[in-house]
Design a protein around this ligand. Sequence first.
Ligand SMILES: [Zn+2]
Length: 245
Amino acid sequence: MHDPPCRRRTAGSRPRSGSGGTRVDTADRRVLRRQMLADDVYEAIKTMLMDHVVRPGARISIDGLAREFQVSSTPVREALARLESEGLALKEPLKGYRATQLLTLAEFDDLYRFRLLLEPWAARRAAELITDEGRDRLRAELATAVEPTSVDYAGYKSLTVHDNRFHTLIATLSGSEQVRLAFQRTHCHLHIFRLHYERDIGPEVLTEHRTLVEAITAGDPVAAEAAMTRHIQNSMESRLRKIYE
Ligand SMILES: [Zn+2]
């Protein structure tokens, strides 16, 4: 289901060493390698949680993962601490870590109610305050969107990451730091994408994002608010809620 972390990076993401260019001294290179290793372990465990290779509620063995990835327990512990802050892992006193449960229907409804309070307002304000720089940032973010290539986390990852950045950017463009922080604290994209991958939601999501960008960049607050409300309601009602039925 997943490769050991040391093989998951593409060649392009490794820092160049040796042949010409800027020389990175040995100490820096060691720090970089350690950082890459920690990030790789984090990504590998996150993928296992998102794809239910580690089932919701299951115990997570630090020693087992360290053995599997052929690393010390340190990067595994660091990864689990990060995953705990994202609500994917849970630390139990004296027992270690567990995968969190999937959102219940009540939690799912609560999360969407909260998004419907925050995000249509944020889109409206973003349209009212939009500048040329904001327009460029929105269009650049939209240009990064890639349709999913497969129905697992790897296939959806770039869409999930884009979706999260896109909604965070609109919250940022609303000018409210509190709204941005409140949105980011939900880690809603991870929890939503962890629920369900079966359906072909990529094209719909991207069409709705384009409509949002058009409304905000046109400086049309009413259209922006309506587009965000529709986007969140579609996500909730037609794309996801039925998995609970
Ligand atoms: Zn979205």
